[in-house]
Ligand binder design. Structure first.
Ligand SMILES: O=C(O)CCC(=O)C(=O)O
Length: 359
């Protein structure tokens, strides 16, 4: 550990899940076998329930269409904390290109990818675990993590130079998705009864953060024993996920059940993160989700995280703190906050719950 508690290195040699997947025929190493209660078969609602689907075209339509869209988003945030958006303004070709470019990256030879191997210090680069607990049970996935904002953290040299289009596509994708996040932040702010700029200002205004994790879930010979990504809520502000259009896998917790999201082509899946739970004084809640894997298809997803500036205190916005609803959370910077998941890996909602002010 350094003085600021940031971990310097992994506790044990990194094993690429992709290489296990390519080697293993009918078993997986014990390190990936989850306890019974965490395995995919537990409490899955196996019907056609889906998270809400919202057409954003209404936001730029007549006043009635706009009001109806705002109200659908408000209901989705209150009831689910998760929804899909279509007609969101990001080009479908760009979305396809971004996902397929990253798929090509993961299909490159291991040695090519290894030059981008990450460390837990910043997590940037090619990784295969979250958390640094020695001997921890691991998830069945590899990933690539990179920064877009603030510009001082954006360093395209840390992005893959192959496939040749990767940096350019990634740059354009980040710009477009960050713009869309800005629009959604305004909508959430209005729906919370605030001026449209209040949430974004709470994130640090011009200095918001944005980063992306591209998740690669290789085929798994024993998908019933493991998870692609363990249950967690997102530590940041808001996430826009571009799912694999061919392979479902994301499950969202609804009460005591897990609902499998049925992704629509060219939709983004939006979810509320812990920092919006804090800023909204618990009016909006982040929601646990996890990923299941399967034996016959790999899966690629792009999770774009829109986050507060990392070194300012994040606390409930003053307009939402009232005599009958005192501040539920004590202030904390996002840097301090995300250290928790960076050290311990995904742990349901235990962190945001532990932040509640004692009363
Ligand atoms: O791959 C997915 O569908 C979800 C990914 C996710 O939850 C994450 O990257 O935090």
């Amino acid at each position: 550990m350094t003085k600021n508690n940031s971990p310097q290195d992994w506790p044990e040699p990194i094993v690429r899940v992709q290489s296990l997947s390519e080697r293993s025929i009918d078993s997986i190493p014990d390190r990936y076998i989850k306890p019974l209660s965490d395995r995919p078969s537990s409490a899955v609602l196996d019907d056609d329930t889906n998270i809400p689907i919202i057409d954003l075209a209404g936001l730029s339509g007549d006043p009635e269409a706009r009001a109806s869209t705002l109200s659908q988003i408000s209901e989705a945030c209150n009831e689910w904390g998760f929804f899909q958006i279509v007609n969101h303004g990001v080009s479908p070709q760009l979305m396809d290109m971004a996902r397929e470019t990253w798929r090509q990256f993961f299909h490159m030879p291991l040695e090519e990818k290894q030059q981008y191997a990450n460390s837990p210090k910043t997590y940037e680069g090619y990784g295969s675990r979250l958390g640094i607990e020695k001997g921890a049970i691991l998830d069945w996935s590899d990933y690539y993590f990179l920064h877009y904002l603030p510009l001082s953290l954006k360093d395209c040299n840390k992005w893959p130079s192959q496939p040749p289009s990767c940096r350019e596509v990634c740059d354009e994708y980040g710009r477009e998705v960050a713009k869309l996040c800005g629009r959604l932040m305004k909508v959430l702010s209005i729906n919370l009864g605030l001026e449209e700029e209040v949430l974004e200002r709470g994130f640090g205004g011009e200095d918001v953060g944005a980063c992306m994790r591209v998740n690669y879930y290789p085929k798994c010979p024993r998908p019933e024993l493991t998870l692609g990504l363990s249950s967690h809520s997102d530590p940041g502000g808001m996430t826009l996920l571009l799912s694999d259009d061919q392979v479902p896998g994301l499950q969202v917790r609804k009460a005591h059940n897990w609902i499998t999201v049925k992704p629509l082509p060219h939709a983004f899946i939006v979810n509320i993160g812990d920092q919006i739970q804090v800023l909204s004084n618990g009016n909006y809640k982040s929601v646990e989700h996890r990923v299941v894997v399967n034996s016959n298809k790999e899966r690629v997803s792009l999770a774009f995280f829109y986050n507060p500036k990392s070194n300012i205190p994040i606390e409930p916005v003053k307009e939402l703190v009232k005599a009958d609803k005192p501040a539920l959370y004590t202030a904390m910077t996002f840097d301090e906050y995300r250290l928790f998941i960076r050290l311990r890996g995904p742990c349901g909602k235990s962190h945001v719950e532990s932040l509640k002010s004692p009363r």
